[in-house]
Design a protein around this ligand. Structure first.
Ligand code: ADP
Ligand code: MG
Length: 562
């Protein structure tokens, strides 16, 4: 009786939504699996693309896991974690974004029956972490180094990695063409984290094959004034002057006051304005520069002045382009023309303005410091070029990664099968329940080759059986075998140059395991109720034909009747 009399403890606000226990965990797992199902079909060279259009009518067609996840606008709190790992994989290594989402969801799917059977999540987490550690050690062991090769050989190897990344994209048909372009572009910018030194310019029209790499800078012709047509459009070894000033005739400020005693003095005022600009222009010409670029406007007077002296000019150049020209040509951007010495002028072997599709481009090639590169992308639809740009970004990241940590593993599911086999073997030596957990972790890794088969329309069970058998060979010669995307059988991925940088796999396994463990460790979700307004006061309003009481909040003006 006494117990019944105890007052109820109220901890959370009224209306708080709490779900907890096993049911909550299982529901989180289901949400993650549902998210993975969305991107599942995009994996691999035969993967499909997704078309996503938002409420503003923007249409995006993409195969990139991170891009799709970002655009999906997922609201489920647990499933959002998968979006985060896709994003982090994208910024960390640039590729493997679909892989990481699939792996995380598969780990969870494997964990689900154990959770339903009452296994404590912490046991699973411990085993999964252990398995991931072992898997990563094994990848490091299996990875082959491409260090110590000649430059030519290294370039060839890097372009294989880029080609593997591109093979699953819309531009996969031209993967060799773009792979070597990407390797050259990355080679041009050298070391350092200056990714913005690779510019990608998109020009609709033409075919993919019309895309080209400029070993230097290229940008769209800027707005120009009359007189521009008379300027020369081609130079060999020109000196380049970079400015951040306006070269325009400026009228006097409106509120300036000048007192004249003689009407003839008026002319001198007008002349002074002209003299200022002519002096500036003269200094530009004196510097010996043949190409003058400015971030600000270059007016009609200046354009004509330069044209008469066989100098090319372009005003309103975008800041990033100007900075890239500065980096490439060795010039420095000037804020005044008063002291233009030779050192601040840049130079390049070849400058040209030429037609690319419907646009005119200013192209600076053969730059001395050679620290920039520009890829001019051509192609049909806008969405196509956008996706091509995203794919090239993946490939650029991969080549940069592979240049830094130059080890590669066999792709096409080969490395996944090999680790899976290894973990199964290892688990046999472990006593207790952990053996099951590590086994299911190993099974989850098979999702990559299975999905590659499914997406290509192959019989996944058949291919996986062949792969298991090959990888089980005691000599270890089956290790590089993966899915052969061309025949529907199995093939030596290493020999076929389906390579991935080891860091992609290591990062993917790490991030996917962490995400899975994080989701497994959550057993309760608490959702705070919406703040309801308290300060309600009563308004008595006379509505025809009778009196109505209206409740109104003093703060937010929310109304209701009673
Ligand atoms: P992610 O976003 O994870 O990079 P992708 O759609 O790029 O996803 O697919 C990558 C997977 O496709 C990798 O597992 C890779 O090994 C595999 N793959 C790429 N090219 C080939 C190929 N030619 N044959 C077989 N598998 C390939
Ligand atoms: Mg990829």
């Amino acid at each position: 009786m006494a117990a019944m009399m105890q007052p109820q403890i109220i901890l959370l606000k009224e209306g708080t939504d709490t779900s907890q226990g096993k049911a909550q965990l299982v529901s989180n797992i289901n949400a993650c699996t549902a998210v993975a199902d969305v991107v599942r079909s995009t994996l691999g060279p035969r993967g499909m693309d997704k078309l996503i259009h938002d409420d503003k009518g923007t249409v995006t067609i993409s195969n990139d896991g991170a891009t799709i996840m970002k655009l999906l606008d997922i609201v489920h709190p647990a499933a959002k974690i998968l979006v985060d790992i896709a994003k982090s994989q994208d910024s960390e290594v640039g590729d493997g974004t679909t892989t990481v989402v699939l792996l995380a969801a598969e780990f969870l799917r494997e964990a689900k029956p154990f959770i339903e059977d009452g296994v404590h999540p912490q046991n699973l987490i411990r085993s999964f972490r252990n398995a991931s550690y072992k898997a990563i050690q094994k990848i490091k062991e299996l990875a082959k180094s491409i260090e110590g090769q000649s430059l030519e050989e290294k370039k060839r190897l890097l372009s294989k990695c880029a080609a593997t990344t591109l093979s699953s994209k819309l531009i996969g048909g031209e993967k060799e063409f773009f792979a070597s372009m990407v390797v050259d572009a990355v080679g041009a910018i050298g070391d350092g984290d200056r990714l913005n030194m690779i510019g990608i310019k998109k020009v609709p029209g033409g075919t993919m094959r019309d895309s080209f790499l400029v070993n230097g800078v290229a940008f769209k012709k800027t707005f120009s004034y009359a007189g521009f047509e008379q300027q020369p459009k081609k130079f060999l070894n020109p000196k380049i002057l970079l400015l951040n000033i306006e070269l325009e005739l400026k009228s006097e400020k409106e509120n300036a006051e000048i007192r004249l005693s003689d009407p003839s003095q008026y002319q001198s005022i007008v002349d002074a304005e002209w003299n200022i600009i002519y002096e500036k222009l003269d200094k530009c010409v004196q510097s010996g520069a043949k190409v003058v670029l400015s971030r600000l406007a270059i007016g009609d007077l200046a354009t004509q002045y330069f044209a008469d002296r066989d100098i090319f000019c372009a005003g309103r150049v975008a800041e990033e382009d100007l900075l890239r020209v500065a980096a490439a040509t060795g010039g420095t951007v000037q804020t005044s023309v008063n002291n233009v010495v030779d050192e601040v002028l840049g130079t390049c072997e070849h400058f040209e303005e030429r037609q690319v599709g419907n646009e005119r481009f200013n192209i600076f090639s053969g730059c001395p410091s050679g620290r920039t590169a520009t890829i001019v992308l051509r192609g049909g639809a806008d969405q196509f070029i956008e996706e091509a740009e995203r794919s090239l970004h993946d490939a650029i990241m991969i080549v940069r990664r592979a240049t830094k940590n130059s080890t590669v593993v066999a792709g096409g599911g080969a490395i996944d099968m090999e680790i899976s086999k290894y973990l199964r073997q290892e688990s046999r030596a472990i006593a207790g329940k952990s053996q099951f957990f590590i086994n299911s972790y190993a099974k989850a890794l098979e999702v990559i080759p299975r999905q590659l088969c499914d997406n290509a329309g192959f019989d996944a069970t058949d291919v996986l059986n062949k792969l298991r058998q090959k990888h089980a060979l005691p000599t270890g010669e089956g290790a590089p075998y993966g899915v052969d995307i061309n025949t529907g059988g199995i093939a030596d991925s290493f020999a076929n140059f389906v390579w991935e940088p080891a860091v992609v796999k290591i990062n993917a396994i790490n991030a996917a395991t962490e995400a899975a463990c994080l989701i497994l460790s959550v057993d309760e979700t608490v959702k705070n109720p919406k703040v309801v307004c308290k300060q309600i006061f009563l308004l008595k309003v006379f509505f025809m034909p009778n009196l109505v009481n209206i409740l109104m909040c003093q703060d937010c003006g929310l109304m209701g009747t009673c």
